[in-house]
Write a protein that binds this ligand. Structure first.
Ligand SMILES: *Cc1c(COP(=O)(O)O)cnc(C)c1O
Length: 359
């Protein structure tokens, strides 16, 4: 691409993935609606590739420092990685991983596909011990929704020493705060449904591997083509449009989250505030148990009572109200995704919701 590759992330999100410059050239890659192509080029059918995906993948690849592949959802991306795990493999996973990944790992174990060792990712020694003899290490940091943080460098080094492939779900931190490939990860995964697209209007996923990791790129590309977990051109166009503002959205959301955390920590109605010190996700344990937490969520006027995260609109939910959520998540935990609204309006809404619920 004709722009310098030494740009900082806030410029990369704007400048990467543009069409070649030239008189009369458009400045935006449009959604390419086609199922097939005239023969003569490497890509002959639209399950293999689409110029709209390429633009999106260039942006994510530059942000993460590798080569990206777009998928239909975060779970489709996760599924492509897991489908490459050999039968009978040993998978080490962070206890507290995203509930969809947790469910897939447990079902795979129940059917004899692989065995899973669950590790406390906040303890590097426990991760180092667990990866001995393993084939895959599945990390998520911070975790959803407990917001535990791993020492990714130490965990990925331990995986490499043990001959295990390391995967990092980087959805919560985004490449603006953390670039796992540079910390030694083999594969980065995102639910692009969340911060990357940022407007709660689509589902998408992405995988990123090192720029020189040709074989892994080819294997994952093949899984996407044959598994068919491909995103629609309109979704990718919207996600690309969303990424253009990732840096300003995320900067605002993180600053607001920090301010809300300070106020919540000083509030006696809240039993515990989980916040790793960065990012825009906050988990709040409400005094009064599950019923009080449900009532607080229902009482919000500005904050959306819905699952998912990473949109411009603040959202919260009591996490254990979701059927798949593991019992390790406290019953009274409300997960708040801080959006980009005014911090005073958000605080006023949280304050009135706690009061209305009688907490
Ligand atoms: C949402 C989410 C996923 C799953 O992504 P989808 O796009 O919903 O398929 C995976 N990991 C994390 C951390 C998530 O928040």
């Amino acid at each position: 691409m004709p722009h310098p590759t030494s740009l900082r992330p806030a410029s990369t999100v704007v400048a990467a993935g543009r069409p070649p410059r030239g008189p009369g050239a458009g400045v935006v890659v449009p959604p390419h609606f086609t199922s097939t192509y005239e023969v003569g080029a490497p890509v002959v059918y639209a399950r293999q590739g689409n110029p709209t995906w390429t633009a999106f993948e260039e942006i994510i690849g530059e942000l993460e420092g590798g080569r990206a592949l777009a998928f239909a959802s975060g779970m489709a991306a996760a599924d492509a990685v897991l489908s490459l795990v050999p039968h009978g493999a040993v998978v080490v996973a962070a206890s507290g991983v995203y509930n969809g990944v947790d469910a897939v790992l447990r079902e795979g174990e129940a059917s004899g596909r692989w065995s899973v060792r669950w590790a406390d990712i906040t303890d590097p020694d426990a991760v180092g011990f667990a990866v001995d003899g393993a084939d895959l290490l599945w990390l998520e940091s911070p975790t959803n929704p407990l917001l535990d943080v791993a020492d990714l460098g130490a965990a990925c080094a331990a995986a490499r020493a043990a001959g295990a492939v390391s995967v990092v779900d980087n959805t919560f931190a985004t490449p603006l705060l953390q670039q796992p490939l540079s910390l030694g990860a083999d594969i980065v995964m995102h639910s692009a449904t969340k911060y990357l697209s940022g407007h709660s209007d689509l589902l998408m996923g992405v995988l990123v591997v090192g720029a020189a990791d040709e074989d892994r790129y080819a294997a994952l590309h093949r899984r996407r083509t044959l598994g068919g977990g491909i995103p629609g051109p309109m979704e990718v166009f919207l996600a690309t449009r969303g990424i253009r503002t990732l840096a300003v959205r995320f900067e605002r959301a993180c600053a607001t989250a920090g301010e809300l955390v300070a106020r919540l920590r000083a509030d006696a109605r809240v039993e515990k505030v989980r916040y790793p010190g960065f990012g825009a996700m906050v988990s709040i344990e409400i005094r009064g148990g599950a019923a009080a937490a449900d009532a607080v969520c229902r009482a919000a006027h500005l904050i959306s009572h819905s699952t998912s995260l990473g949109g411009v609109e603040s959202q919260w939910e009591r996490r254990r109200a979701i059927p798949l959520e593991p019992a390790t998540t406290p019953d009274n935990l409300v997960r708040l995704s801080v959006g980009i609204e005014d911090v005073e309006d958000l605080w006023a809404d949280i304050d009135q919701a706690l009061a209305a619920a009688g907490v």
